[in-house]
Design a protein around this ligand. Structure first.
Ligand code: DPP
Ligand code: ZN
Length: 872
């Protein structure tokens, strides 16, 4: 496929000031008339042809300034429209196209989801609706008239504010006109038409604007939209307080649809969501679902400023809106919940997805330099590492300067399409600092390593802490990164606050050279260093600390992230040694158990959510990442099981008591708030460990929990525990669950996922059986991700089976889906990413499957791109 390069960026030769769309919805014969007010771009090439993008379009009519365009004056096909000699002054094009939304299985452009007409235009779906300059630096003001059958589509929604609505007499049809006064790129266009229930509330902005917030969902599910509606309101209020950003239209609409490739989409004034991230009730949603809904509602809302008011010049700048908006939604969730616990969740996610991506063949810079298919760059690197860069910037310049820089960025770039350089220059302007070295973070793939080692001088009472940074694949001449290191010292009895260093300012040391060291004075005893507090930079830390020193941090570090990190590192050390078949680590495990016991004694009831994080061991993927090469997923699984068993046995009594103490009083009303969720999380972490040590007791406890459950969190946790315990009890519980939720597709997704993750030989067969289940459909992205995605991403022993049966299963699914929905197929393919780090037998099996996929005729550009990069 042709490669698009950042260095080839060129301004558009034409601009579009205004767009009038008339969309007459019909299941198979939708007519779109686009009237475009165009003009030559004074900064573009003179007398250039007008080249409009198109994808799968049928042109019905074309007029320029009211005259039909002569056949020899243009060329049009499914993939574009060229006007050879467009007027050298402002002109109007009228383009009529015909679409078949029912046949649109790619879920890009205009399509139907359970009968509801909806759109998805990012990154390049608008060209599937009409011929257009479909690039984010062409901003226009849109007016949209939507017409449809009144019975099947009583709700008609567009971007901006509603202007007018009415019947089309004598036709059974009606229409609505929407006007969006703020110029936007085409990827933010949206419309919806369908039968939907509505819940709404009003909000008055700090500027005094009365906004009607509404959430639209499948008929009958209005009561499940309350939490999302509330989350919109809290997001609006938070963005005013935290960033001074007010909403700018009279309505804000959120629509939930059941077929959606992404999580959600920030279309101006009309966010369209995967219903999984809107619908919630105690009976159907877990605490994790509630947290995800809150975060994604916030994310899409925050895009209104970081993405919509200030958009991206080109798709290479995707992190400009995504990294920044993830940072903003993480801050929001941290304010709504426990900041310390949320930080741990962010880092777990970063390590599980982004570190793995960055260590494999799909690694790319946060701002990529080239792409074959942009839809494959909505990645953990662009999003999550992108957010970490913004967070590092704040750590470097401090909170007040960060806020001033954000204000400056919004003010300077409002209504324009910006670049990463525009972003950084706003912070340079308010701080007077040169951020050109910092900008290196955007340019290079790979996770940096920082080696940290300390030397104590008892006579001088000084402690020298040395840092050395290296980057995988970066040559010796590569400039060092600017790495903020939040750092402190901890002694045997507690934090060493008396120790100071002139190089540490407000707790932060800035590592700017390849190697550097700082010296703390006034250090009474040999300390334990605590670098990268709060995970102050997305690096891998290499430190020679032994387990005893790390357990001192677990006990005494005032930084809760590093307390958790200490426990994780000890667990990783124990598991990695076992997985590598190194000397038995019994003594180490005993010390770990004792430390956790002491920790739980003082902390479990004070902060159950944090304690649950401490008890949750690093996952198999992280352990594979730690081992790095020639990994054996079975050995990794066994090592993790062994440590879970040790913890379960060693902490048995305490965990049992905790479960009783934390039990919800009978009849208590469910609340999804962070404190209640934290108590449930700790109870369920305890259940997991008890069951690991004692299958019989675990089975009984899990069964009882499922019986008594008054919410999905507890019910599903019971089921997840049983899923790891082969036997009749498990199968009976799975059957009962399927019966209870037979009419709840989103709940059955959890049932698919739990079974897909069973780490046993029979799972591939089980999945093949589930693929024929009436509730499963290869055409629905949520179903596919639940069954196939969970298997390939979260069941390492079975996906990576030595006989290749797991790889075959994924390959078959990818190829079965690719023709209909290449974006979904390509996303599934990314599970092959870590194949090279497998031991030779499994590696060979994975490679042969990848080669078979690449050789398949008529493969989409999306899948070809992922497959070829995976093999490169
Ligand atoms: N809808 C996706 C997101 O918000 C892409 N913009 O991240
Ligand atoms: Zn986003």
């Amino acid at each position: 496929p042709p490669t698009v390069r950042l260095e080839d960026y060129r301004l558009s030769d034409h601009l579009i000031d205004r767009v009038e769309l008339d969309v007459r919805l019909d299941p198979h014969d939708t007519r779109v008339t686009a009237t475009l007010a165009l003009r030559p771009n004074p900064a573009g090439r003179a007398a250039a042809p007008l080249v409009l993008d198109g994808d799968d379009l049928t042109l019905l009519a074309l007029e320029c300034d009211g005259q039909a365009v002569a056949p020899d004056a243009y060329r049009a096909d499914a993939s574009g429209l060229t006007l050879h000699r467009p007027p050298q002054r402002p002109f109007t094009l009228r383009i009529e196209t015909r679409l078949d939304p029912t046949a649109n299985t790619k879920l890009m452009g205009l399509y139907r989801s359970s009968g509801v007409y909806c759109t998805q235009c990012e990154a390049d779906g608008f060209r599937r609706i009409t011929y257009f300059l479909d690039r984010p630096d062409v901003l226009a003001v849109y007016t949209t008239r939507i017409e449809a059958d009144r019975d099947s589509a009583p709700v008609l929604l567009g971007n901006g504010n509603p202007v007018e609505a009415g019947d089309v007499p004598g036709t059974g049809r009606h229409y609505a006109v929407w006007h969006d006064p703020l110029p936007k790129p085409a990827y933010l266009f949206a419309l919806v038409g369908g039968r939907l229930d509505r819940v709404a509330k009003s909000f008055t902005t700090m500027e005094g604007r009365a906004v009607e917030i509404a959430v639209y969902v499948e008929p009958g599910k209005g009561d499940r939209a309350a939490y999302a509606l509330d989350a919109v309101e809290r997001s609006m209020a938070w963005d005013e307080t935290a960033f001074g950003r007010a909403y700018d239209l009279d309505v804000f609409n959120v629509v939930a649809v059941s077929d959606f490739n992404m999580g959600a989409m920030e279309n101006k004034g009309l966010n369209i969501f995967n219903d999984k991230f809107v619908l919630a009730s105690p009976e159907t949603a877990t605490d994790a679902d509630y947290a995800a809904i809150e975060a994604i509602i916030a994310h899409e809302y925050f895009h209104n400023w970081s993405g919509n008011r200030v958009t991206c010049r080109d798709w290479f700048q995707l992190c400009l809106k995504e990294g920044l908006t993830v940072f903003r939604d993480q801050e929001f969730s941290s304010d709504m919940r426990s900041r310390a616990v949320h930080r741990i969740a962010e880092v777990r996610n970063l390590r599980a997805r982004q570190f793995v991506e960055d260590a494999g063949p799909l690694a790319h810079p946060v701002r990529p330099k080239q792409y074959a298919e942009i839809n494959n760059f909505y990645t953990a690197t662009v999003y999550e590492k992108g957010a970490e860069i913004v967070r590092m910037l704040r750590t470097l310049i401090g909170e007040p300067a960060f806020r001033a820089g954000m204000d400056r960025y919004f003010a300077d770039n409002d209504g324009t399409a910006a670049t990463v350089e525009d972003f950084l220059s706003a912070f340079e302007a308010v701080t007077g600092r040169d951020l050109s070295s910092f900008a290196e973070w955007y340019e290079r793939p790979g996770t940096p390593r920082v080696a940290v080692s300390g030397t104590y001088d008892p006579a001088a009472r000084t402690y020298r802490l040395a840092f050395r940074q290296t980057r995988p694949g970066a040559g010796a001449d590569a400039p060092p990164l600017v790495i903020p290191v939040r750092v402190g010292l901890v002694g045997a009895e507690g934090p060493l606050d008396g120790a100071t260093s002139g190089r540490v300012e407000a707790g932060v040391f800035v590592l700017e050279a390849a190697e550097d060291a700082l010296t703390f004075e006034n250090v009474a005893d040999e300390p334990v260093p605590s670098p990268f507090r709060g995970f102050s930079a997305p690096v891998r830390v290499e430190s020679p600390l032994d387990a005893a020193a790390r357990l001192t941090l677990l006990r005494h570090d005032p930084d809760s992230f590093n307390r958790w990190e200490a426990a994780q590192r000890v667990a990783l050390g124990l598991m990695a040694a076992q997985a590598r078949g190194e000397a038995s680590e019994d003594a180490g495990a005993d010390a770990f158990v004792a430390a956790l016991d002491a920790f739980l004694d003082t902390e479990a009831l004070r902060d159950p959510a944090f304690a649950a994080q401490i008890l949750t061991l690093p996952g198999e993927g992280e352990l594979a990442d730690e081992i790095g090469t020639d990994t054996d997923p079975d050995a990794i699984f066994s090592a993790r099981q062994a440590l879970r068993r040790r913890l379960g046995a060693g902490l048995r009594e305490r965990l049992t008591r905790l479960r009783e103490t934390l039990a919800e009083p009978a009849g208590a009303a469910f609340s999804p708030d962070a404190a209640s969720a934290g108590r449930r999380a700790l109870r369920n972490a305890a259940l997991d460990l008890i069951a690991a040590a004692d299958a019989e007791a675990g089975t009984a406890l899990a069964q009882a929990q499922i019986e008594a459950a008054t919410n999905m969190t507890d019910r599903l946790a019971g089921l997840a525990t049983l899923a790891l315990l082969p036997g009749e009890a498990r199968e009976a519980a799975l059957t009962a669950f399927a019966g209870r939720y037979a009419d709840e597709p989103l709940v059955l997704d959890k049932w698919f996922a739990i079974q897909a993750m069973i780490p046993e030989d029979g799972t591939v067969t089980r999945i093949r059986r589930l693929q024929t289940h009436p509730a499963f459909a290869m055409t629905n992205p949520n179903r596919v991700r639940s069954l196939i995605g969970s298997f390939s991403l979260a069941n390492p022993t079975q996906f990576n089976r030595p006989d290749g049966a797991g790889f075959d299963l994924l390959a078959e699914a990818v190829l079965a889906i690719d023709g209909a929905n290449p974006q979904l197929a390509a996303r599934l393919m990314t599970a092959f990413g870590p194949w090279r780090r497998l031991e030779p037998g499994r590696r060979a099996a994975a490679e042969s499957v990848l080669r078979r996929i690449v050789a398949t005729p008529a493969l989409s550009r999306d899948v070809t791109d992922i497959a070829t990069r995976s093999l490169a």
